[in-house]
Design a protein around this ligand. Structure first.
Ligand SMILES: [Zn+2]
Length: 572
């Protein structure tokens, strides 16, 4: 926002986005977001702190920035003169304000950069202050929030400023090792050495609406490549589409999103509450219902009215905060994931997402995950393990994306890595096949301690159509293939692939989505509860035993093989 004239500057501002003249107090009440066009004006660090943290909860770190001019740098002016002017102009010692506070009631350490101070540049003092803030978080056992606004490393301090990228990053690594949440809030603009270190190597990266982030600035890129840049290049929305940030958050929602993430992280560090065990769900009354033909079950599992993962997140779970992106270049719409609460307890939920209409199905690629989807899922599972949050996966996919691009991006390796990593993930995992459990794409989310299946879901090595086309040389033999493949829940329970069937309202989840959600939520909670108190090493050992006991292991009693399939795994 630009002030209009000296006399009016306390009263009116002109919006940089739409040039509207705005009453200053009204703008401030709106968190410096233009009520006309939604443009987010830059905030200085004290304003930002005031907007984010609980009132009167901020305590600045006692550490003061030392005056540093390590290479006696002079351009048109000696560097100390520029530093002095920045201090006088901002009232800050340096380009970052650091301290501890509470946010939504949760203790947090935070460092907030100020672009007014030499372009928010990362010098030795800034690096040192952010590092001390991270060390304070480690000592206190609290999460760390970094709000970035920077043109990059500070040239006037030479290579020593470059080193700050490593100094701060290793402090973040310490928090990662300790299982303490780190979040960056990327604000406009964040570039260069800050973008290429602590703005993007935190657990969660939130971008404020309107923020731009990149390694190289647009001018440099145009000079070097001579190419025109795409519309919206390096904007928050562009970064979200390309898997670089978890969420784009408008300023008025930042506090709430941060508070939800901090609450989940805090819950992960608490021992599980001794609440009364949820009541188990009665198994489907098999005798009371006529046996369905497996092909009919396939058709029910694919019914467009069946609840999707996002439907269950709305109904069986609360407070879902979706996290996006594989951090490698894409965000797969066929896989959704994020933190949510189940029966009051934070969990990481990851699932395939289909849709109810053709447009939704197309937008979600029919629930067929790309390699980016598998890599996003894995990133979130690893984050959950670090934060000691249980993982719940909802499986509903015809199979992984079989396209050319998916092959080029390493679909096989992405599935393979997910399967391997889940087998050693040191946190409880409950998987539910809610619709179609199609092949490797399904197993990529289903290497779990407990594998549940909805009553009318299917889980199979190949689609009946695919099997019929190969073995019957006739895809119209799909109903026969469906019978032969043993893909229903009852069959898979007998084979030990599935531990428990979750009943559905009659005639299926599509007929009563709310009732289905209630049954699913209860079944997951019942299965999760006993896992919460099991030490991670024991969980992993039992999970590996669970997947060591199939097929040939049953009869051969291979060395190290555990109880044969079909028996219930030990739980408590
Ligand atoms: Zn405006």
């Amino acid at each position: 926002m630009t002030t209009t004239a000296p006399r009016d500057e306390q009263l009116w501002s002109r919006c940089d986005g739409c040039a509207s003249l705005l009453y200053r107090k009204r703008l401030r009440r709106n968190l410096d977001v233009c009520p006309e066009c939604g443009s987010h004006a830059r905030l200085d660090a004290p304003e930002r702190v005031a907007q984010l943290v609980d009132p009167d909860s901020f305590t600045a770190l006692p550490d003061r920035a030392v005056r540093v001019d390590p290479i006696d740098f002079v351009d048109a002016l000696p560097y100390p003169h520029r530093l002095g002017a920045a201090r006088a102009g901002t009232g800050l010692d340096e380009a970052v304000l650091c301290g501890t506070a509470r946010l939504g009631g949760h203790p947090v350490a935070l460092a907030v950069m100020d672009f007014r101070f030499l372009g928010g540049s990362l010098g030795c003092a800034v690096g040192e202050l952010i590092t001390r803030t991270a060390e304070r978080a480690l000592a206190d056992g609290t999460p760390l929030v970094l709000v970035t606004a920077s043109g990059g490393a500070r040239m006037q301090e030479g290579a020593l400023s470059l080193m700050q990228m490593a100094t701060v990053s290793q402090a973040l690594a310490g928090l990662r090792e300790a299982g303490l949440l780190t979040v960056s809030v990327v604000t406009d603009p964040t570039y260069g050495g800050v973008a290429a270190s602590f703005a993007t190597n935190t657990d969660v990266v939130l971008a404020e609406s309107g923020a731009r982030l990149g390694f190289a600035g647009p001018r440099v890129i145009r000079q070097v490549t001579g190419a025109a840049l795409p519309d919206g290049f390096q904007t928050a929305e562009y970064l979200l589409r390309h898997g670089q940030v978890d969420l784009v958050v408008p300023r008025h929602a930042l506090r709430g999103r941060l508070a939800a993430l901090l609450a989940a992280a805090e819950a992960g560090r608490r021992p599980p509450a001794t609440r009364p065990a949820p009541r188990p769900v009665a198994p489907p009354p098999a005798a009371a219902r006529p046996a369905r033909d497996p092909w009919e079950t396939v058709r029910t599992a694919r019914h467009p009215g069946r609840p999707t993962t996002l439907d269950y997140l709305e109904t069986a779970f609360d407070g879902f905060v979706e996290l996006h992106g594989d951090r490698l270049g894409a965000d797969c719409p066929a896989v959704v994931g994020g933190v949510a609460r189940l029966a009051g307890r934070p969990v990481m939920v990851i699932g395939h997402q289909k849709g109810h209409t053709t447009a939704e199905l197309v937008a979600r690629n029919f629930g067929m995950a790309s390699p980016a989807g598998h890599r996003k899922a894995l990133r979130l599972m690893r984050l959950a393990a670090r934060l000691r949050l249980p993982v719940v996966t909802l499986v509903d996919t015809p199979g992984a994306d079989p396209g050319v691009a998916a092959e080029r991006q390493g679909q096989a390796a992405a599935i393979a890595e997910s399967i391997l990593a889940m087998s050693v993930l040191p946190t409880p995992v409950v998987a539910v096949v809610t619709g179609e459990g199609g092949s490797g794409g399904a197993l990529a989310l289903a290497v779990a301690d407990r594998v549940l299946m909805l009553e009318h879901a299917v889980y199979s090595v190949i689609s009946p159509e695919g099997c019929a086309a190969i073995l019957w040389s006739d895809s119209s033999a799909a109903p026969q293939a469906a019978r032969a493949l043993r893909l229903t829940g009852a069959d898979l329970c007998r084979l030990g692939v599935v531990d428990e069937l979750v009943p559905e309202p009659h005639p299926g989840a599509h007929g009563d989505p709310a009732g289905a959600a209630e049954l699913l939520g209860r079944a997951v909670a019942v299965n999760l509860a006993p896992l919460l108190t099991v030490p991670p090493a024991t969980l992993v050992r039992r999970r590996r035993q669970r997947f060591r006991r199939f097929g040939a292991a049953r009869s051969a009693a291979a060395p190290g093989a555990a109880a044969p399939a079909g028996g219930r795994p030990e739980v408590a």
